[in-house]
Write a protein that binds this ligand. Structure first.
Ligand code: TRP
Ligand code: ZN
Length: 853
């Protein structure tokens, strides 16, 4: 085991040497792969003086090491190889090493590993050190040449192919890059190919590589790739810069996908799609992730990060770009709402608990543990705020300057903010607090109407987070519109720029006291704390012109009602039912929007809301409240929903378009409520007639929600048993709809099902993740949910610490709950900590979570 060291941003120093080029030769073998590396090195002028050369390396068997052709005296330990300054030339020199590694034994899926007979790599963040000795840090950029020797038919690496023959292939990447962007793939693969010409006329061969038999499920990913390439040219002026762009789908992958230069590697579930196997949500995610990885070619690869503290420089910006892209391809309003739902359920939750950290952390133990919702999603929100503050034109100028000035650099957040300062003459020092202060600000709003003047007063509170007790006020862009009591908009959206702890804004010239629509488009990642005037939410749900806030009004009302029922046992409020009925039956509204309005807030989100009120959430009561609300909706909306269902149940040929997906979403929402009343007749027939996975899964979910569907579960498994990515949906649904008291037992039984491969990260995440997402089941007072999750984390950890550590965030909310639950959760966290060979990854997470309670 390697010792746990904390790394600090403040300790940054440039590397001692410059790597001008790297030549790698791989002799592939499952148990004894040989890796030869030739590095052209010279002392780094940015680090004057003579220095030892320390290269990272883990789990490597050193075969040989020479400097300028002469055997060198290297000092090797568990994490490095060092050549002492006294043994090195004071100018340029060549280092040759050869090591042996065993990809077949690599279960951590970091470095070079095997998945279903193919070789693949994952080097971000620090995986390259498991392949060869190298300065494995993003600010060391070099030109890579790669030779692969193997009998497998397809041999791929970064850059352009230069030569190949029987049993070998060579690749050359002309763009200097850090080691984390290195990739190699070898296997018996088939390509789905297309051609692309860049705006300036460069022809590019596009290939998506999959296992034989999957070629016919690549069309949507390819279409998404081509649209992404065009969009980045049109919107950001960024062209592709190699002759080929390869994407490979692999079944065993710790994350979603990876942006390796010219050779993106994807979790197969985010590539493969056909109408029969992929839901509309799958299509949406595939489009977004293909775009995300492609966009990294500029924001991440051409301009990379100086060190891992700057991770949000590439991730926040690239998420922001993929959100913009999805908004342009689909309904921008619907995408914004979905993105905010995700932000709140993942990032607000993280920001509110023991794992809260700034968008740019200042220290870490295991960098893999910082690929978080805060770095990604809040990182994207911060860029959205910056764009709102400077305006669209200035944003565009600043980005052009960023690409001009920093192409080829390993950059920092300071560099990023400086281009905005230079492009706008703005001082962004207060804005920078968004990068350094953790926690979700609470924004209290009050209003007053006096002598024809309307005043909005905002107070911001920045709550303490681990390691940050005191905070300063942030800059908050608050987009606001005002409506007349008759529903007309009297002040269209304007942006208020809040910079102080408490600040008022006055509006004059209004004839009557207006109704405010605050934080339009969710213009800042904050929690709004406003006591609405009676009927205000329903009024805004009916009249707001801002689609986000229209939805938000319904959401806020639903949350208020659910929290009231859970806390006080009040009946379901009819004003909520009436308001929702009005939106549901308004045929002028987009079906996708109406479907979103019909989706009730999640139980975890209500627990978060109740916790923010200073009360202790009771998962069982929240679950009952939500159930009661959906039951009441089913009764109130029933007949109208039957009409909607009939209208939408057409025979149009399948298209994954947003418009058709929206109609399907509303149809399925209707079906779910109708199934509560009809004993499952309609859903059973919908399941039997389903022509797409969206309809099939939608009908199955409706049945399970109404405690039906056993026969359909069996027929689903008979049909899809051999397709693991499809079967994940089958596992997840059963756990999601299990009764709270049974959820752990259902998950346990499913895991024991023959053929369940828990070592595969997708399978593990699906089942354990579904249990963790069944709020009342995971937090059941028996402690059975906590125990099962801990058991499985302990089982996976020795094989795949990275995935175990990620899934352990299931526990991050434990301090919210009552003493009994806290005691049970703490017991499981302590049990994990006591495990003899706990990985550093999981240990860091468990320690941080325990520190809170
Ligand atoms: N850079 C990848 C992305 O955001 C994330 C990623 C893929 C990753 N695989 C990883 C991060 C493994 C850490 C470890 O697109
Ligand atoms: Zn990314």
């Amino acid at each position: 085991m390697t010792e746990q060291k904390t790394v600090h941003l403040a300790d940054y120093q440039p590397y001692t040497h410059v790597v001008d080029s790297v030549d790698l030769t791989f002799g592939l073998s499952p148990t004894a792969t040989r890796v030869k590396a030739r590095l052209s090195l010279r002392p780094n002028p940015a680090r004057p003086g003579r220095h030892d050369l320390r290269l990272d390396g883990e789990g490597l068997t050193l075969i040989s090491c020479t400097v300028d052709g002469t055997p060198a005296a290297a000092s090797v330990d568990a994490s490095s190889l060092t050549l002492f300054a006294k043994d090195l030339p004071d100018g340029p020199f060549t280092l040759d090493t050869e090591v042996e590694i065993a990809p077949q034994a690599n279960t951590a899926l970091e470095g070079l590993y095997m998945s279903n007979g193919m070789y693949c790599t994952q080097c971000e963040a620090e995986g390259f050190r498991k392949i060869t000795y190298y300065p494995d840090r993003p600010d060391v950029m070099s030109r890579f040449k790669v030779r692969i020797e193997s009998d497998l038919p397809v041999l791929l690496s970064n850059g352009n192919p230069t030569a190949s023959g029987a049993g070998w292939a060579e690749w050359n990447d002309p763009w200097p890059k850090p080691a984390y962007l290195f990739a190699l793939v070898a296997g018996d693969l088939r390509a789905h190919s297309a051609k692309f010409a860049t705006a300036s006329g460069r022809p590019v061969d596009l290939h998506i590589w999959v296992r034989p038999g999957d070629e016919d499920r690549c069309a949507y990913a390819m279409d998404s790739l081509i649209r992404s390439m065009r969009w980045d040219e049109q919107v950001y002026g960024r062209e592709y810069d190699l002759d080929v762009f390869n994407i490979v789908a692999v079944d065993d992958f710790n994350m979603g996908a990876m942006e390796n230069k010219g050779l993106n590697i994807f979790n197969s579930r985010y590539v493969l799609a056909s109408p029969e196997t992929a839901t509309d949500d799958d299509y949406t995610r595939i489009e977004a992730i293909i775009a995300h990885e492609y966009f990294h070619n500029w924001t991440g690869n051409r301009i990379t990060c100086r060190d891992w503290f700057q991770l949000c420089l590439k991730e926040g910006l690239t998420v922001f770009r993929d959100h913009q892209f999805s908004g342009d391809m689909r309904s921008a309003a619907v995408r914004r709402i979905e993105d905010v739902v995700t932000l709140r359920s993942r990032q607000f939750r993280e920001d509110d608990g023991p794992l809260a950290h700034p968008v740019r952390p200042e220290s870490f133990v295991e960098i893999n543990n910082f690929y978080t919702a805060t770095v990604y999603e809040k990182g994207a929100e911060v860029i959205g705020m910056l764009k709102s503050l400077v305006g669209d034109g200035a944003y565009k100028r600043a980005l052009e300057l960023y690409f001009d000035r920093h192409d080829g650099d390993a950059a920092t957040i300071e560099d990023w903010l400086k281009v905005f300062e230079d492009a706008t003459d703005r001082d962004l020092s207060q804005f920078k607090l968004w990068y350094s202060q953790a926690g979700t600000p609470r924004l209290k709003v009050t209003d007053a109407w006096e002598n024809g003047v309307y005043t909005l007063t905002f107070t911001q509170k920045n709550p303490p987070t681990p390691g940050q007790a005191e905070k300063q006020p942030k800059v908050i862009p608050i987009k606001v519109g005002l409506l007349n009591p008759n529903g007309d908009e009297v002040v269209p959206t304007i942006m208020l720029e809040m910079t102080r702890a408490k600040q008022s804004f006055r509006f004059e010239g209004l004839a009557a006291k207006p109704v405010p629509s605050i934080l339009r488009g969710f213009s800042a990642p904050v929690v709004l704390d406003r006591k609405p005037a009676p009927g205000e939410h329903a009024f805004l749900l009916a009249h707001d012109t801002d689609p986000f806030n229209k939805w938000e009004a319904g959401r806020a009302l639903a949350k208020e009602v659910m929290a009231e029922i859970a806390l006080k046992g009040t009946p379901v409020r009819s004003d909520w039912l009436d308001a929702l009925a009005a939106v549901t039956f308004d045929d002028t509204l987009d079906p996708a929007f109406r479907a979103l309005c019909l989706r009730l807030p999640g139980e975890d989100e209500i627990a978060q809301t109740i916790h923010a009120m200073g009360r202790i959430p009771d998962p069982a009561k929240i679950h009952a409240a939500r159930r009661e609300m959906s039951g009441a909706l089913a009764i109130r909306l029933g007949d109208g929903l039957a009409r909607i269902y009939k209208e939408l149940d057409d025979n149009a040929p399948f298209s994954p378009s947003a418009a058709q997906a929206g109609r399907r979403a509303l149809k399925i929402a209707a079906l779910q409520f109708l199934t509560r009343r009809d004993g499952g007749k309609l859903a059973a027939s919908a399941f039997a007639r389903a022509r797409s996975m969206t309809e099939e899964i939608g009908a199955l979910a409706a049945l399970l929600d109404a405690h039906q569907g056993q026969a359909e579960l069996i027929s689903f498994a008979a049909r899809w048993g051999r397709d693991a990515n499809v079967m994940d949906k089958w596992y997840a649904l059963q756990i999601a709809y299990a009764e709270p008291g049974d959820a752990a037992a259902v998950a346990d039984r499913l895991i024991q099902t023959t053929g369940f491969d828990w070592k595969n990260p997708n399978r593990f995440r699906t089942v354990i993740g579904a249990l963790a997402a069944n709020h009342a089941g995971f937090h059941h007072r028996s402690g059975a949910g906590y125990r099962l999750v801990a058991d499985w984390l302990l089982k996976l950890d020795p094989l795949n610490p990275q995935t175990a550590a990620r899934v352990s965030t299931a526990f991050e909310t434990w301090p919210r709950y009552d003493a009994t639950r806290r005691k049970r959760a703490r017991k499981e966290l302590e049990r994990m900590l006591a495990a003899p060979a706990l990985s550093g990854d999981l240990r860091e997470m468990v320690e941080r979570m325990l520190a809170a309670g």
